[in-house]
Design a protein around this ligand. Structure first.
Ligand SMILES: [Zn+2]
Length: 249
């Protein structure tokens, strides 16, 4: 299988078909590193002023590793979803939306027509604009749905946080700052209710333990005995998030 590796690598990039990977210069990087995203995108992070030659050599030296990561990503990739989606399912809150294409020539907007019906109106020719409209709406929905869920969970646990922020990171589901801001990924809406609740508990316990110490996990377990299973499910949860939510453009 590895014989075919070399000529194949360039085929799987989304962004940069000629090259097959994207190079990102980082001030903080001390050495070269490769990331293979679940979408199949390959990113090489390099310290500043790294030569093309060094990047090429590094990639050549890691082809087998990249190849196995990509094979893994493809194995886990869902069937390509149609875009715009015809339905959006927020499994975390058992909410289902039908997407209605309303047409028009103005800038794309997503607006709620009736409970469970989302209209996408405007010029649909620019896919990025359609994604932007959907993501803006998702951010509002996430705030409207995750906000009360977090507040309720905090009340049940008897803990306090300062405020909530909705993010769309591709690498983390949530975080808790020392100032008490709990950031939640909008992609949580696509997880099961149990998984969402686990993440809320996890972040809320961080308001008391800013680490993953034994006492942290003991407290998580007190509120969520099944945390280990749910944490594993969450690790795999990116697959349940539609690609329009987390893509880069
Ligand atoms: Zn944590």
């Amino acid at each position: 299988m590895l014989d075919a590796v070399q000529p194949q690598l360039p085929l799987w990039s989304e962004d940069n078909p000629e090259q097959g990977w994207a190079v990102r210069e980082s001030r903080r990087a001390r050495r070269l590193a490769i990331r293979v995203f679940h979408t199949g995108r390959v990113e090489v992070v390099v310290p500043r002023r790294t030569s093309r030659r060094a990047v090429a050599q590094f990639l050549a030296g890691h082809r087998e590793w990249i190849e196995s990561k990509l094979a893994n990503a493809r194995r886990h990739a869902a069937a390509p979803e149609p875009f715009p989606p015809s339905r959006i399912e927020f499994s975390a809150c058992a909410q289902s939306w039908r997407v209605h294409l309303a047409g028009g020539s103005s800038r794309v907007r997503a607006r709620v027509m009736a409970p469970g019906i989302l209209a996408l109106a405007g010029d649909m020719s620019d896919v990025r604009e359609v994604r932007r409209a959907l993501r803006d709406w998702l951010a509002l929905e996430a705030r409207a749905l995750l906000g009360p869920a977090l507040a309720q969970c905090a009340r049940d646990m008897g803990v306090q946080y300062r405020r909530i922020a909705i993010r769309r990171q591709r690498t983390r589901w949530g975080s808790c700052s020392t100032r008490g801001t709990i950031s939640l990924n909008g992609g949580l809406l696509f997880q099961t209710p149990q998984v969402m609740r686990y993440l809320l508990v996890h972040e809320l316990v961080h308001t008391r333990h800013m680490n993953h110490s034994r006492s942290f996990w003991t407290e998580v377990a007190r509120h969520c005995p099944e945390h280990a299973r749910l944490d594993a499910e969450l690790l795999d949860g990116w697959r349940r998030v539609p690609s329009w939510v987390l893509g880069e453009t």
